[in-house]
Design a protein around this ligand. Structure first.
Ligand SMILES: Nc1ncnc2c1ncn2[C@@H]1O[C@H](COP(=O)(O)OP(=O)(O)O)[C@@H](O)[C@H]1O
Ligand SMILES: [Mg+2]
Length: 334
């Protein structure tokens, strides 16, 4: 058995609601990520994907409160570290790539300055060693004319190139874990595919462990080993990519798959009805129940726990009170 690089136990995060209460946006989240594994965390906007990632990196908005949880990274509990120790890990052992390269790169600083920052801060590189590493990094992520690029500013690069620079910053110090949050969301489809290929390539070359966060289940199959679907701050299904895509056990996961343009499930394009829930007004039941035409009476009153799916692949977990396999088998009957 491989050792987990990252292990999250019962993480809950809340925000004040403005009405004196608090809304729990990450709820009792537990999972592990093994060294070398690529885990994709997917779910609609607002499901708590970013907040959970920011929590583990100590980058939460000051209004947020971590109500419970342990985040073990390479044996240390990140939530117990002092800010300086956490800053040391961040950028060095854990790299980040965020969604929008235009807002993540500083428009008034050259590419070289921004790429140098983690190298200077964490590794103390300067002079010729720093320059060599800058060029090497840009070449690693496929940015052409590296020497020249270092002097340029973000607006002089295309969206795809800016995202490559962001990735170069993320991997600059050879982190053990790279967290990519909506790293391809702002890009058009062709560039998206190139960035996914780049990450796959880097993962193999640098031995990275990758936490890939996206609202888009579409790109996940090409990249991830394991998929974890989040809804209303919790995990509703998790398992090997193939199992989640082809032996789907949760109605929300199925909804995401059926709303993919390329129809992983027979080509019918169907949007999930209704709206994502308001975390400040969650009922005690399965949070997806109001949008789920197969919800049972129990779904409306009791939140289902995440547990091993019946007759499923190892590590294929589902939270559901209904039996989706049976429902789909009945639907398929003439
Ligand atoms: N700074 C904040 N203040 C208040 N609420 C927030 C803040 N950041 C996120 N939230 C709320 O937390 C929930 C989860 O957000 P987030 O993790 O960003 O979702 P996503 O899955 O799209 O990344 C959402 O309901 C969002 O409105
Ligand atoms: Mg997000």
């Amino acid at each position: 058995m491989t050792a987990p690089l990252l292990e999250i136990e019962n993480l809950s995060v809340s925000f004040p609601t403005g009405k004196g209460g608090r809304a729990t946006v990450v709820r009792d989240l537990s999972y592990r990520l093994d060294a070398g594994e690529t885990l994709a965390v997917v779910g609609e906007s607002g499901s708590g994907k970013s907040v959970h990632a920011l929590a583990l990196a100590g980058l939460l908005d000051p209004a947020a409160r971590i109500d419970s949880g342990i985040v073990r990274f390479a044996g240390r509990d990140l939530l117990q570290l002092d800010p300086a120790a956490l800053r040391d890990i961040r950028g060095r052992e854990i790299g980040f790539v965020f969604q929008d390269p235009m807002t993540s790169l500083n428009p008034v600083l050259s590419i070289g300055r921004q790429l140098a920052e983690p190298l200077t801060r964490h590794l103390g590189l300067k002079g010729g060693a720093l320059r060599r590493r800058l060029v090497e990094l840009l070449e690693l992520v496929g940015v052409d004319r590296a020497e020249q690029r270092l002097k340029q500013f973000p607006h002089q690069l295309s969206g795809g190139q800016r995202q490559r620079v962001m990735i170069a910053i993320g991997v600059a110090c050879n982190p053990r874990l790279l967290i990519a949050d909506e790293a391809t969301t702002a890009l058009d489809v062709t560039v998206q595919a190139q960035i996914v290929d780049l990450l796959r390539d880097l993962k193999a070359r640098l031995g990275l462990t990758l936490l890939w966060i996206s609202h888009d289940l579409g790109v996940v199959a090409r990249l991830a080993d394991t998929v974890q679907v989040m809804y209303a701050g919790g995990v509703v299904e998790r398992g090997p990519v193939d199992a989640v895509f082809h032996d789907t056990r949760n109605a929300y996961t199925l909804g995401l798959l059926r709303s993919l343009p390329e129809g992983a499930s027979g080509g019918r394009l169907q949007a999930i009805p209704g709206q994502p829930p308001d975390p400040a007004a969650l009922s005690p039941g399965d949070p997806f129940a109001p949008r789920n035409c197969w919800a049972t009476a129990r779904c409306h009153v009791e939140r289902p726990p995440l547990r091993q799916a019946e007759d499923a692949a190892d590590g294929h977990l589902v939270a559901a009170w209904y039996d989706l396999r049976r429902i789909l088998a009945e639907e398929a009957r003439p």
